[in-house]
Write a protein that binds this ligand. Sequence first.
Ligand code: NAG
Length: 215
Amino acid sequence: MMSRFLILSLLLATCAIAFASDPSPLQDFCVADPKNPVLVNGVVCKDPKLVKADDFLFRGLNMMGNTSNDVGSNVTPVTVAELPGLNTFGISMARIDFAPMGINPPHTHPQATEILTVIEGRILVGFVTSNPENRLITKILEKGDVFVFPQGLIHFQKNLENKYAVAIAGLSSQNPGVITIANAVFGSNPDIPGDILAKAFQVDVKFVYQIQSKF
Ligand SMILES: *[C@@H]1O[C@H](CO)[C@@H](O)[C@H](O)[C@H]1NC(C)=O
């Protein structure tokens, strides 16, 4: 009895590792039907007979994003939300535009590993490993260089030049998710109580309120 339980536990643990990325598809395609009210892990499939070529198409990644914002960058995502044919395929992509010296602020993708290549410009990239080391791993990328940001880890990019830069990223989920650290910590709705952040960041609570007021 006990050994059967152990084998089952081992099997379940193995499955958890095997399913660390999006699950594999069980049919040719499952084009997302976002209007369907049924909630599943992913998006419900559209009737395959009603599927059209356009369901597998996204246009416009040649277009530069608007980087006139506080951080000087813009992400154009192509996930299942923009491209319904991606549903169940465990993959997506994005274009990242950078204003001169612009940054893509520290953020994480809870569901995806990211692989990024520089199309134009020179970009400083970095990610931080988990506790307790919290080691910062950084590199300066030139045009054509490819860098990987491991799933779930906090990472960032910075344009090092005084001209516009562009990168293209591939992500190992149809829905990578994004948590921008500053926005999540200081711009949550409602706010995380100031005394909690003051202790966490070891600063006076007035600095916390000052940062919270910017988000
Ligand atoms: C870019 O975004 C800024 C700030 O939101 C806005 O004022 C500006 O009109 C936008 N530019 C274009 C070309 O859409």
